[in-house]
Write a protein that binds this ligand. Structure first.
Ligand code: SF4
Length: 334
């Protein structure tokens, strides 16, 4: 077992403490990330004990829709939709209400419980907000799906409008630690991101907020992100792992090794025992044949691809879940 000052790295004992309601310390979270490959299956087993307690073998499937793509004014260095990127991505304005409804129909057909409508851009325009609100009202009338939207920085009034339209959850990632954030974005601040997260909660929506690993951050930055998720009271935590995109500022970053992906997911499970933790972008690229192991700490995943990159596909996702004995959460369970 790894030896770090003041940390007993008995992962099963740690899972018992977490299940007894004890929060893990910063040094313990760091010890998880520093543990070696020989400890990986023990660590995943312990994280699974926590995950199983709250979520049994259930997996929530989410389907994401890139409702407005490219041309973003912001300079997030990981993002191929930024106007600072020279990469080629689809570029189109906000899709019509009919297209957004069609996406909901497809999500339901794939057994998703949640349909996530995402737009590029710093914040929504008046017209875009109106169209999305109307589409959400229609989706909620026609489908039993939970709706999450991700439209960038919000005002109090915009958050209230989305809540009134029936939006269940709003996604706004903090992405990394406050210390590291200025290294990846200069057009808006961490403080602005946290303010939107607070507005989402104040408006009565659930908050989906997570981050992206592999941008050059330290292990301490990953722990700080996990602890920041407590501060903003995220209900759902999507964890992305960089699959470097051509033309972006991070195009030359190496992919995170699979073991680091799994240790990061386990650390988030210990810090957030009862929260929805989603293995998100980079699942296939960084984990390859090990990707099902992500679901021992995580209890949620996207199926059928991401915003600008395809996944392994819905059929392969379902086969993977079935073979490992995971059960997809039905809308009636949610
Ligand atoms: S605000 Fe969103 S769409 Fe715009 S560059 Fe950043 S991550 Fe990409």
């Amino acid at each position: 077992m790894p030896t770090l000052p003041n940390v007993n790295c008995d992962w099963v004992a740690l899972s018992r403490r977490v299940l007894a309601g004890e929060g893990i310390r910063h040094d313990e979270a760091l010890a998880i990330l520093n543990s070696d490959e020989n400890e990986l299956l023990n660590l995943l087993h312990a994280a699974f004990l926590v995950r199983q307690h709250y979520f049994s073998r259930k997996v929530s499937l989410h389907v994401i829709r890139n409702a407005k793509s490219g041309g973003c004014s912001e300079d997030c260095s990981y993002c191929s939709q930024s106007s600072a990127s020279t990469g080629v991505v689809p570029c189109y304005p906000l899709q019509s209400e009919e297209e957004l409804l069609q996406g909901a129909k497809e999500a339901q057909a794939m057994g998703a419980i949640r349909y996530c409508i995402v737009t590029s851009g710093r914040s929504p325009s008046r017209d875009d907000l109106d169209r999305i609100a109307e589409a959400v009202r229609r989706i909620k009338r026609e489908y039993p799906l939970s709706i999450c939207v991700s439209l960038g920085i919000l005002t109090d009034a915009q958050a209230a409008e989305l809540k009134a339209a029936g939006v269940d959850r709003y996604n706004h990632n903090l992405e990394s630690s406050e210390r590291f954030f200025p290294s990846i974005c200069t057009t808006h601040t961490y403080v602005e991101r946290k303010a939107t997260a607070a507005r989402v909660k104040a408006a009565g929506m659930e908050l989906c907020s997570g981050g992206l690993m592999g941008m050059g951050e330290t292990l301490e930055d990953r722990v700080d992100l996990a602890l920041a998720m407590r501060e903003v009271q995220a209900n759902s935590i999507p964890l992305n792992f960089l699959d470097p995109r051509p033309g972006t500022g991070l195009k030359d970053r190496p992919r995170i090794p699979a073991g680091d992906v799994l240790r990061t997911l386990a650390m988030f499970r210990f810090v957030h025992p009862d929260r929805e933790i989603r293995i998100a972008g980079g699942r296939e690229a960084c984990l390859g044949p090990l990707q099902v192991l992500a679901l021992y700490p995580a209890n949620s995943m996207f199926t059928s691809g991401y915003l600008t990159t395809p996944g392994q596909g819905y059929q392969a996702d379902r086969r993977m879940l079935d073979m490992a004995g995971f059960e997809v959460v039905e809308i009636t369970d949610a």
